[in-house]
Design a protein around this ligand. Sequence first.
Ligand SMILES: [Zn+2]
Length: 51
Amino acid sequence: MSSSDTLRSRLTRLLSTDTVIHECRHCGTTCTATDSTCPVCDAPEIVTYRF
Ligand SMILES: [Zn+2]
């Protein structure tokens, strides 16, 4: 049993998939792609970061 295989597959997935972060511009809460307003502070400014 090896944990390195799992780690490697996780890293590969991370590196091969675009990571998209939706974050409230007002309070910094991480939101989902379907949120049009922040679930915490109700600000309508959700910014999207793509890595
Ligand atoms: Zn917010």
